[in-house]
Design a protein around this ligand. Structure first.
Ligand SMILES: Cc1cc2nc3c(=O)[nH]c(=O)nc-3n(C[C@H](O)[C@H](O)[C@H](O)COP(=O)(O)OP(=O)(O)OC[C@H]3O[C@@H](n4cnc5c(N)ncnc54)[C@H](O)[C@@H]3O)c2cc1C
Ligand SMILES: NC(=O)c1ccc[n+]([C@@H]2O[C@H](COP(=O)([O-])OP(=O)(O)OC[C@H]3O[C@@H](n4cnc5c(N)ncnc54)[C@H](O)[C@@H]3O)[C@@H](O)[C@H]2O)c1
Length: 465
């Protein structure tokens, strides 16, 4: 029997679940397919944003306790993993129940794959095969860790990804992290704060190569204070398991000498690739781009009519809020004025959740100069902010980039407590093309981190660069 639906959503990610709920509330019959009962709610809830931020918060509290015994830290780590698991179990159930209670939604738990341009087969976890027909099909299958071709990396007991590491209840004494991007740096901060000795292996000459030098230095300093070591400009030769621990063999700066680094385990954090395996895209004539992501146009249509791709799988920026915005674009195109496109996204905020977070919006100094602006920079150390002193979190700085000629705010970097919240105020200013004096002259509550905008934007703090 073929089950007919107005819409089929493959993948229970941010964009897909929000779209499924919205379509159902508009009276459409929706099939939502999720391959794992452990993944209702998607990657963000189960394996990514939420669990890492629970651990970031826990580890920061534990670091401040200045515990000297490793065993005590290891116990606290194990408790934190339990706490994280408790929360995501609740969120997963809440996500499932919310959509399952909608009479217009049927959730199928199993692997979805295309049979044709309008038909999808689900191999359920109970071993059944169910065939679904949909007028419209939305792919929201996310991404998975990209494992580089390094000798010894596959099928190893000592090599972990973000997914498997957060299941490990035993705190590693020594952790080697390959990759110095978002995952590598966030995990370095988390595990160093819990008490692991962390080394970040970076094949590039610096971490965060697109950022200004002072931003990079500050992030490195914050992590170095937690005894994180950085090995930049290395090429990895091999990973070996010896006596149940890891040995990473690398070369420095193209030199011939091979150096060995020992640790308990290795985390691989080298980007994420599209989750398209087993989707049968070829049966629906859906093409991939040259990076292996599903090819979409600026309104997220794939190369096949009536099939869309949302979230990480379409090769856009890999953030939960981008997947949510993909949902907005699809709804706008289907039911509203068709004005929304991926190309109209303005100044998207990013926050790297260290303690404190490193948050960015708009242009940094490097980018503003490359675009030909005469650049003014307003910069102030976090330790000068009363709120920061009061809570004892004084690392970092606030830096606002201004166009000298128009006095408009071009962007900001904030490395301080609450920066992941404050950055949205700057986002608004950049989006609205406000002059910096507008932010400077507002009345802000005291004592808050935001009130620093009164001071950082005062004449004494602004310099031409
Ligand atoms: C460690 C880590 C930390 C992160 N932290 C942040 C953060 O703090 N903030 C942020 O904004 N972003 C963060 N991200 C990125 C964010 O998690 C992703 O961008 C986001 O989850 C992508 O969501 P999505 O909508 O593309 O789909 P996903 O949430 O990835 O959902 C895809 C779903 O599809 C299912 N699926 C796959 N194939 C099939 C199939 N064939 N049939 C049925 N189901 C299938 C999967 O099981 C999964 O549940 C982080 C990522 C990682 C890895
Ligand atoms: N706070 C957040 O919003 C947050 C947190 C974590 C992850 N994320 C998202 O998840 C995505 C994936 O994170 P990520 O850290 O895996 O990717 P990334 O692209 O941020 O960083 C990848 C790192 O791996 C290195 N690398 C790539 N290929 C390599 C190879 N073959 N050998 C050695 N090193 C290699 C790169 O030089 C880089 O340092 C991020 O881009 C981001 O969009 C977001």
């Amino acid at each position: 029997m073929i089950n007919k639906f107005d819409a089929i959503v493959i993948g229970f990610g941010k964009g897909g679940k929000t779209l499924a709920g919205d379509l159902a509330n508009r009276g459409q019959k929706v099939a939502l397919i999720e391959k794992s009962s452990q993944m209702y709610g998607g990657t963000c809830i189960n394996q990514a944003c939420i669990p890492t931020k629970v651990l970031e918060n826990q580890s920061s509290m534990i670091r401040r306790e200045n515990i000297s015994e490793f065993n005590e830290k290891a116990t606290k780590y194990e408790e934190s993993i339990d706490k994280k698991d408790g929360l995501i179990t609740k969120l997963r159930a809440a996500n499932y129940n919310k959509l399952n209670s909608n009479e217009n939604i049927t959730i199928f738990t199993g692997q979805g794959s295309f049979v044709s341009e309008n038909t999808v087969e689900v191999k359920t976890i109970d071993g059944e095969t169910i065939t679904l027909e949909g007028e419209k099909i939305f792919i929201n299958t996310g991404a998975k860790p990209n494992i580089p071709a390094i000798k010894g990396i596959e099928n190893s007991n000592i090599v972990y990804t973000n997914e498997t590491l957060m299941k490990l209840k035993k705190l590693p004494k020594k952790l080697t992290i390959i990759g110095a991007g978002y995952i590598g740096l966030e995990f370095a901060g988390i595990y160093a704060s819990f008490g692991s000795e962390v080394t970040v292996i970076n094949t590039q000459s610096t971490i965060l190569p697109k950022e200004d030098n002072d931003d990079i230095e500050e992030v490195v300093n914050i992590l170095k204070k937690r005894n994180v070591s950085f090995l930049n400009d290395v090429s990895i030769v091999e990973i070996k398991e010896e006596n149940k621990s890891a040995k990473l063999i690398y070369k420095k700066n193209g030199e011939e000498e091979q150096i060995e680094l020992s640790s308990d385990i290795v985390l691989v954090a080298t980007g994420r690739k599209a989750n398209t395996e087993g989707l049968g895209l070829e049966k629906a004539n859906i093409e991939l781009d040259n990076r292996g992501f599903i090819k979409v146009n600026d309104v997220l249509e794939t190369t096949t009519k009536n099939i869309w791709a949302l979230g990480d799988v379409n090769g856009g920026p890999q953030f939960t809020y981008i997947s949510l915005d993909d949902y907005r674009i699809v709804i706008n195109q289907l039911f509203k004025d068709k004005s929304r496109k991926t190309t109209d996204r303005k100044n998207v905020v990013n926050s790297l959740f260290l303690d404190p977070a490193f948050s960015r919006v708009g242009l940094n100094i490097k980018e503003a100069k490359e675009k030909g602006y005469n650049v003014l920079v307003a910069k102030m150390a976090t330790e000068a902010i009363p709120r920061a002193k009061q809570i004892g979190k004084t690392d970092g700085f606030i830096k606002i980039v201004i166009d000298k000629d128009s006095e408009k705010v071009l962007g900001a970097t904030m490395i301080c407590e609450d920066s992941s919240e404050m950055i949205h105020l700057i986002q608004l200013a950049v989006d609205m093309e406000l002059k910096y004096t507008y932010l400077r002259d507002r009345i802000y509550a005291h004592p808050t981190m935001t009130e620093a905008l009164n001071d950082v934007l005062s004449p004494a703090m602004i310099k031409e660069v």
